[in-house]
Design a protein around this ligand. Structure first.
Ligand code: ADP
Ligand code: F6P
Length: 320
């Protein structure tokens, strides 16, 4: 009998999720599976928002940002009784396997469902790049390119007005967006959870740069370092002699057509998720490590050390 396989997106949306949905559906159909779309993540799952589709349902989506399946956050999914409703809905449709595209929270939901008899495979879809079992998550590259495009523009006006600009980027608790964009922009200071800089040191540096005649300053900072980055901005204005502005890039970072790198990553990882399902496996997540497609047990993946790009930190000072 044909395998029946569902696919959903969950957590914060990311560019390339649609390319991943397409890859899963097309690879599934090629392997003789019946494919189902689940709308609105785990919330849609428990509500039975599940639809059987053919290959044309994912036509023309590869270049679109966001997720055609829409995303949702359902904290109640941590509760076993809530997950039982999801299992019941899947059983009603005779679905035996599910591909869950999202971040580490989504992975936990997928693992718990696997333990309840549904073979789930996690695919890393998040701009944050905070999943240790893959070098890059789907959406990270596109997001970086958006940050670079915005920061180049901010740099123009920063230079023209001889100011200090602090650009706050997303990442939740992961500093990769700040680290990579800071290196790509050659900024003067990168502040991330793995590379914190005290207020005292920031102010001392800026005072020294002012004294040395440095005209303008570019700083990239991860979100959640300060409850409100405007506090740092005020301090710089008051204490360093630089006129300063803070730019919180916000959700513009999550939108837009996925980059070629994200589309190719989505194709590779989506296809591998179906390979694993065809082998009858579940409770796993897929990733790309050293440019090779790999998979891990989800619990193992979530325990790997998270700061996988620490080696790049040396570039911050080296290239200043
Ligand atoms: P992400 O997947 O991007 O990390 P969230 O942390 O918001 O995003 O997680 C997405 C969803 O995964 C949550 O809204 C919840 O439904 C589910 N989830 C998160 N943690 C768990 C858990 N420990 N057990 C079961 N489901 C979970
Ligand atoms: O996980 C993606 C992400 O964009 C994080 O970088 C950010 O902290 C969070 O989601 C914001 O979520 P929301 O749009 O729900 O406020």
């Amino acid at each position: 009998m044909a395998k029946k396989v569902g696919v959903l997106t969950s957590g914060g949306d990311a560019p390339g999720m649609n390319a991943a949905i397409r890859a899963v559906v097309r690879a599934g159909i090629r392997n003789g599976c019946e494919m189902y779309l689940v709308y609105e993540g785990y919330k849609g799952l428990i509500e039975g928002n599940i639809h059987k589709i053919d290959r044309s349902a994912v036509s023309e989506i590869i270049s679109r940002g966001g997720t055609i399946l829409r995303s949702a956050r359902l904290p109640g999914f941590k509760n076993e009784n809530v997950r039982k409703q999801a299992v019941a809905q899947l059983k009603k449709h005779h679905i035996d396997a599910l591909v869950c595209i999202g971040g580490d929270g989504t992975y936990m939901g997928a693992k718990k469902l696997s333990e309840m008899g549904i073979s789930c495979i996690g695919v890393p879809g998040t701009i944050d790049n905070d999943i240790a079992s893959t070098d890059y998550t789907i959406g990270f590259d596109t997001c970086l390119n958006t940050i670079i495009e915005c920061t180049d523009k901010i740099r123009d006006t920063t230079e023209s007005h001889s100011r200090c600009s602090i650009v706050e980027v997303m990442g939740r608790r992961c500093g990769d967006l700040a680290l990579f964009s800071g290196i790509a922009e050659g900024v003067d200071m990168i502040i991330t959870p793995d590379h914190p800089i005290s207020d005292k040191e920031i102010i001392e540096n800026l005072k020294a740069w002012k004294k040395a005649g440095k005209q303008h300053i570019m700083i990239i900072i991860s979100e959640n370092i300060y409850p409100d980055t405007r506090v740092l901005n005020e301090k710089i204005q008051k204490e360093t002699g630089y006129e300063s502005r803070v730019e919180v890039l916000g959700r513009i970072q999550r939108g837009g057509s996925p980059s070629a790198a994200d589309r190719v990553l989505a194709a590779r990882l989506g296809a591998h998720a179906i390979d694993l399902i065809m082998e009858g496996k579940g409770g796993l997540c897929v990733g790309l490590v050293n440019n090779k497609v790999v998979h891990y047990d989800i619990y193992e993946a979530l325990q790997l050390p998270r700061n996988k790009h620490m080696n790049l930190l040396r570039l911050i000072d080296l290239l200043k």
